[in-house]
Each structure stands twice: as structure tokens, then as C-alpha cells.
Design a protein around this ligand. Structure first.
Ligand SMILES: [Zn+2]
Length: 248
């Protein structure tokens, strides 16, 4: 295939799920069912939180392998605790490196990263680039729970982030929550890639399940369907910026 055909051009949509509670049977059952029969036919990337101390690693691995078989697979780090995503101390990059290496040691082929609580710093970005993942931690919106000075990366479109080490990281920002999709807030379709996300725990709510189903069906009518794995392999954004200059 000629090189140029390997570069995606167009107006795409992709979907990811932050799988926060893969050991919760009901959340898992709902997620797993959705991943096998997704609304709008979108392959759903499973960005999974690795097991914390005391969580059942065997069951986690079984479920992670199932998720990996049904869509793109990635790492979703919660630094502090299962219910506290952002880091509070220590070296955030070291945790990402350790978790990425652990996934690799278990033969799980992650391609993607999303920092819990939308946290990323340049050290984390370096670790994600070293692991060979694309990053989805930047958002096109400002999460309303973040303090004004909280570390966060705001970007509207896929971008190469140039890092201090000389590496570069493919950033595929998350652009829409379920609520934004359902409200049609993406407006006049200016963004080259719509990347919608939800949480596995959202699926425990009937109202949110209905909103997701509506949103993805609508998205399918408006955009070319692809998935984050495909974008990680083939997307070559025109835009480049240095990580140091990209922080909101
Ligand atoms: Zn999370």
C-alpha cells in the first residue's frame, strides 16, 4: 500500500470507555455487552484501570483479555486510589511506566493511555511515548471539577506533542462526554476527530445508557466510524507543538 494511503484524512469518530471498576460484576456485564454490540457499531476502546492492592488480579486479567479481544486496549492510571484518580505524591511517570511494563509482562497489548482525572505532565508524557502508546488525556473541554491551576492539557484536535527528550507523542484528545454527545454540543462539526468517552460506571444508570445509545447512533450518522487503535497506528496529524507550550 502506498505510504499516503496509510495516512488517514477525513472526519472521524472514535469511542473510548474508562473502565474504572472492571471487578464490579454489574458494571463489567454492562460494559462487556456494550463492547460486543455497540450502538452505532463503534469499536469501543477499553482504557482499563489496573488492579490496586487487594483487588483480584486473576479476574482482572481475564476481563482485560476479553476487552482486548473486542476492541482497542489501553491503560487508565488512577494514581492515588481506585476512587481517587489524580496523583497526590510520588513520581506519576514511574507509576505509568510500571503499569505499562506490567501489562506487557502479562502479554496485554496496550496502545493507548488516558491519565485518571485528565492528569498528564511532561514526565508522564515521556513514559507514555516510551511505551509506544498514543495519549487520550487531553480534552477539548475544561473539566469543571478541576481547580483553575490544576495540571491539564486542553487541545481540540490530534497533535504531535514534542517532548524535552526529543521523543514525540501522538495526542488524540477526548472531545465529548456522553452528555455533550446527547445534547449535540459538537456544533457544526469543525473538529477532524470526534472522540467520545464514557465510564463503565455510567452504564449502571438507565438514563446514561439511553443517552449513550442515542449519542453514538447520532454520531454514526454524522461521521466516518473508526477506532482508537486504527488512529494510533495510522493517524499523522499536521499539527505539532511542544508539550511545554501546550499546557492550558
Ligand atoms: Zn478514571
Amino acid at each position: 500500500m502506498p505510504h499516503t494511503e496509510e495516512i488517514l484524512h477525513g472526519r472521524y469518530a472514535v469511542v473510548s470507555c474508562h473502565v474504572e471498576q472492571p471487578l464490579d460484576d454489574e458494571a463489567w456485564r454492562r460494559f462487556s455487552r456494550l463492547q460486543k454490540r455497540p450502538p452505532g457499531g463503534f469499536p469501543i476502546a477499553a482504557l482499563m484501570r489496573p488492579p490496586a492492592a487487594g483487588e483480584d488480579e486473576g479476574l482482572w486479567l481475564e476481563r482485560a483479555r476479553e476487552a482486548e479481544a473486542h476492541g482497542p486496549f489501553g491503560l487508565h492510571t488512577h494514581w492515588t486510589a481506585p476512587d481517587h484518580a489524580r496523583p497526590t505524591n510520588g513520581d506519576p511517570a514511574a507509576v505509568v511506566r510500571e503499569q505499562g511494563e506490567w501489562l506487557r509482562s502479562k502479554d496485554l497489548k496496550a496502545q493507548l493511555f488516558c491519565g485518571g482525572g485528565w492528569y498528564i505532565d511532561e514526565g508522564v508524557a515521556e513514559a507514555v511515548a516510551e511505551l509506544g502508546y498514543a495519549d487520550c488525556t487531553a480534552t477539548a473541554f475544561r473539566p469543571d471539577y478541576l481547580e483553575p491551576d490544576a495540571q491539564h492539557l486542553q487541545l481540540g484536535e490530534p497533535t504531535w506533542l514534542e517532548l524535552a527528550s526529543g521523543e514525540r507523542l501522538l495526542e488524540i484528545p477526548t472531545t465529548h462526554s456522553i452528555g455533550m454527545l446527547a445534547r449535540g454540543l459538537w456544533g457544526p462539526f469543525r473538529r477532524p476527530v470526534v472522540h467520545a468517552y464514557f465510564h463503565d460506571t455510567d452504564l449502571l444508570s438507565k438514563r446514561r445508557r439511553a443517552a449513550l445509545s442515542f449519542g453514538l447512533t447520532f454520531l454514526y450518522l454524522k461521521r466516518t466510524r473508526t477506532d482508537l487503535g486504527e488512529l494510533q497506528r495510522r493517524l499523522r496529524p499536521e499539527k505539532t507543538m511542544s508539550f511545554a507550550n501546550s499546557r492550558a
